[in-house]
Ligand binder design. Sequence first.
Ligand code: SF4
Length: 964
Amino acid sequence: MRAELIAGRFKMSYRPPRNWIERIAAGLGVIPDGDADAPAVSAPSLPIQLKRYPSPDEWDDFVEYDAKAWPRRAVARHYRLVPTTCFNCESACGLLAYVDKDTGKIRKFEGNPHHPGSRGKNCAKGPATINQINDTDRILTPMKRDGPRGSGKWRPVSWDDAIGDIASRVRKALQEKRQNEVVYHVGRPGAEGFMDRVLRAWGIDGHNSHTNICSAGARFGYVITTGDDRPSPDYAHARFILALNAHFESGHYFNPHAQRITEAKVKGCKLAVVDPRLSNTAALADYWMPTIPGTEAALLLCLARVILEEDLCNRDFIERWVNWRAYLQACHPGRAETVEEFIAAIRAQYDKYTPEFAESECGVSAKMVAEVGRLIGEAGSRFCAHTWRGAASAHLGGWEVARGLAFLHMLTGSWGTKGGTSPNSWNKYRAHLINPPPPINQWNELHWPRDYPLAHYEMSFLLPHFLKEGRGKIDVYFTRVFNPVWTYPDGFTWIEALSDESKIGLHIALTPTWNETAMFADYVLPMGHGPERHDLNTYETHSATWIAFRQPVLRAAKRAAGIEVSDTREVNPGEVWEEDEFWIALSLAIDPDGSLGIRKYFESVKNPGQPLTVDEYYSHIFDRVEGLPEKAKSENLTPLDYMRKYGAFQVDSSVLEKHERKLTSKETRGAHTDDQTGVVTKNGKPIGITIGGSIVQGFPTPSRLLEFYSPTMIEWGWPEYTIPGYIPSHIPSKPEDYAEDEFCLLPTFRLPTLIHTRSGSAKWLNEIAQRNPLWVHTNDAKRLGLRTGDLARVTTEIGYFVDKVWVTESIRPGVVACSHHLGRWRRRLDPASSRWSGSVVEIESQSNGKWRMRQVAGPGPFASPDPDSSRIFWREGGVPQNLTHGVHPDPISGMHCWHQRIRLNPAQSDDRCGDVMVDTEKSMQIYKDWLKKTRFDAVQKTGLRRPLWMKRPLRPTDEAFSIQ
Ligand code: SF4
């Protein structure tokens, strides 16, 4: 809680007494001996008001006293407080920008109490947004390369010239029917629907994302069981929480979830964390279950068996909402079709998964497994669980982890309940977009290859391998908040593809800061940070539905002061723009006469012939949000003005049990019910299910039930995986399978104060954490003769990296771990960037695919307008370990399986910290080896590229799913 002295409530002539620290400091001369000289200041009349946040009544003119003015006292500063949302992870927590009315600059960011997800709180990365805004290395003007690609030579270019050049190239590709050669590749999407609109209007299947290196494993496990691909845990009301991730640190949804887990724990909820590493979350848990990596799915089956054996199942939920009948019919024909028979059958099915099996297979004590299983069963519908990254993104078959959790929800009846876990789609708001373009009728096999028909989603990390293999080429490649050279596995293969103009014709990087990928672009276009652009946000942070408005705060401040701004560049630093206005301008330039059918989607509906404005675009959305127009009207505001003023709106405070919603007669008009299954279809698509004489919504699976048994897996060539199971990882689980110096490398965890590329320019965050040493258990370190601080060489399938060792008890023996958020780099020839975090490197490439990187200078003081840049005390920026990882695409989910089998040895005499060596010919071979795990023939037999019932981004027409 923050104490604030409220202006105008002071007694005069009050001189506060100095505390003992101030007295000592004054005695030492560190601060002026000021009591005598200090001006008397106003003293608070009692009682002092304690406030958490300034009230919205004060947002137009909030007065705060300037701490930096000291020793002058009571220097009042006047601020206009403007809401926006944080962009330093996906959570989109609310921020309040303090815009100084005298300077017109943003002074700081604090939390927005009106945001339903974050409720006024932020993690360290939220307030650090001010560092990104004030970063002296940021890009302020469009740049065009001025030498060979990757040569480090750049020259400024005008926005008009850049847009003209790019537009003519896109236009030519579209006119020549090369739609699949235009690609938009996004790392962190921020907006809901805007880019789909652009790509639909252009008529291209051009969306690519980062999902396969992040969450495809978890998504597939959830979708194959529940029809939705993300969980929305109702932590606040849970009685037992099971987390299979380093959750508080994992970013999805860090601060909003952490608040609610804490609330639940205060109310007596128990927390179990499954993680081979003692994460911050695990350290606060009631049960830490440090599994042998890759055995987590087996552990979940053992927990399920405890529930089955101890008769803790929710029989009624299973009977009503699980497709048990399909399982009995397919796997136990002739057996009575009752739920009791089903429970008996699966009890036998999972008989081997005893707590003792868990102890031997997973390395977690049988006693703990039995205890946790019982507590989950007893929590019943208030059992809450989550997995994101962690084991689901680490292993071959890691998707079975999410499926195992969904299985536990089925048994306990906790899917869609208060205190349970719901489908994410229930808590995400679907915006009504203005003048929407129709779905595309294209399919881009560079993103959605037939080899991976069930992938969630685009096979983005294989893009350079596909290009090298000759599967296609890209003519125009937009990258946005996307830095695969640094964040993806096998970054040197990305460099090879990005450097080759025959594979990628024109690369446009949309980014606020230079990064390792932008160095290999043709244009680098400066886009605003979160508080410098528009986005609509809605996320499943809890069991409610909300929307939030990311807005350029200086533009909103001008508007509140009565000054209209029609182009965000007018208020942003330099020539920094925002995506929405950029895409509108580019689309209009691609189709200047409307002959391509694109222009009409980027013209105003209200003022035909004029460009669509962001105000019209967002007004259309906000005017249609249930309850928002009424709420705005009660304050004499338009819905857009309400969102500009408060930044967020809660659409629904509680969204639970939607599967039980009865469909309306309008919804069921013209629908058909299948007599056997009860599935209700309309226009060929399932819309609900008849249960007990009522037509209810159900879940978005083919059966409208939770699918314990999945016919889809048979249809698509994986009959051995029809029910929740345990697939051995590509990383061995038995100690006898490892040589003396071999380990499982866990490279997926993140430090809670860092976030991919974006935190590189945040000085406060880099002051907190700068290095990513290798975590090695005490016993292993002793065996190998390693001590904390020693240099070690970590050898992977395609090369090695050299890092310092941190000896700790906080990791399971046999496992080593390295955080992936450090090791930013630039070459000497590159523009200065993110110097708070990055190292200067020399890269040597040989023609046979061998690459060597050596750090020649770490972070250190540098001259800039920010005096803090001369105070950098750290000299190391970490090691870019991902460069040394070969690609491991799971043949079903498409997830890159992050864990690596490595050899760990003391460094060699000429090794230096940060050294990296990679052989991309080997990495190409590893790609081919993993490609062989797919079942291409089975896909061909379906006649489809993907199951029609499964979601995909930028979903094209059903016809586009057909294999011609
Ligand atoms: S959790 Fe932290 S980084 Fe993520 S949106 Fe919230 S404040 Fe920003």
